[in-house]
Write a protein that binds this ligand. Structure first.
Ligand SMILES: C[S@@+](CC[C@H](N)C(=O)[O-])C[C@H]1O[C@@H](n2cnc3c(N)ncnc32)[C@H](O)[C@@H]1O
Length: 244
């Protein structure tokens, strides 16, 4: 499957796929070694394998890995997808250090015990010049979402909490802003090359509006993604980084 396939161009992931495509285009024709840390059921891993890359997914969940394995088989790319149960902060047990061209770490730093340990493992897995695609939840978007849905106490709590979470009833352990996420990556020795907002407007639109012209929504997402303040109120932040 081409990585321009419409299935990959929905407004929720268009900005991430655009960044990945730019990286893959730099290596035109090459089959890259990709590691998806916490890759789950393979929403990114399987299309990358379909595009000819060799993808190792390390995930803590056996159920997610079983779904990934089924999905890879259905797509005819089982030979290019390796599914391994393990911890994202111990990637050295699954891939050679400094061997990977591209590491994905999407929606994982929000939930793990030790985000700095995971980022250190991601950096160590990358070959010099290799790239990391990191997706994290945005604190600002979570505050705004609660506020506009009338959860004012939760919005205030989340705003005041250094980790950007609501005690006892939150789906994630921490949220980030562009500076805190970039600092986490830089502390592991990675160069942060680009920061984009993901789902700047896609989550704000009523479905009827979004469905009426999905192409226009994607175009607006792509246009707004790099620019503060739009970037900074997006539901997620995408950081593209490189190992020097
Ligand atoms: C929100 S899902 C994201 C899945 C995928 N990266 C995506 O973007 O669709 C988080 C994933 O991280 C995995 N996970 C959580 N903690 C982990 C850990 N310490 N090591 C490896 N995987 C972990 C979960 O099993 C889950 O599949």
């Amino acid at each position: 499957m081409e990585l321009t396939h419409p299935r990959l161009s929905g407004p929720r992931t268009a900005v991430v796929w655009a960044a990945l495509r730019r990286e893959l285009d730099r290596h035109q024709g090459q089959s890259l070694t990709v590691l998806d840390a916490g890759g789950g059921t393979g929403g990114f891993a399987v299309p990358l394998a379909e595009a000819g890359h060799r993808v190792t997914v390390v995930d803590a969940s056996p159920d997610a890995l079983a779904a990934l394995t089924r999905r890879a088989a259905e797509a005819g790319v089982a030979d290019r997808v390796r599914a391994l149960q393990g911890d994202a902060d111990a990637l050295a047990g699954y891939v050679e250090p400094a061997s990977v061209d591209l590491v994905l770490c999407h929606s994982v730093l929000d939930v793990v015990d030790d985000p700095a340990g995971v980022v250190a493992a991601v950096a160590a897995a990358l070959r010099p010049g290799g790239a990391a695609s990191v997706l994290v939840a945005s604190k600002a978007a979570a505050v705004l979402h609660r506020a506009i849905t009338g959860q004012l106490a939760a919005a205030a709590e989340l705003l005041a909490d250094p980790d950007g979470r609501v005690a006892g009833r939150d789906t994630v352990r921490r949220r980030y802003d562009a500076d805190s996420a970039a600092a986490l990556l830089r502390a592991a020795g990675l160069d942060v090359v680009e920061i984009h907002g993901v789902r700047v407007i896609a989550d704000l639109l009523p479905a009827a509006v979004a469905d009426a012209d999905p192409h226009a929504v994607v175009e607006l997402e792509l246009a707004a993604a790099a620019h503060p303040p739009y970037r900074d109120i997006a539901a997620q932040l995408h950081l593209f980084a490189r190992r020097p």
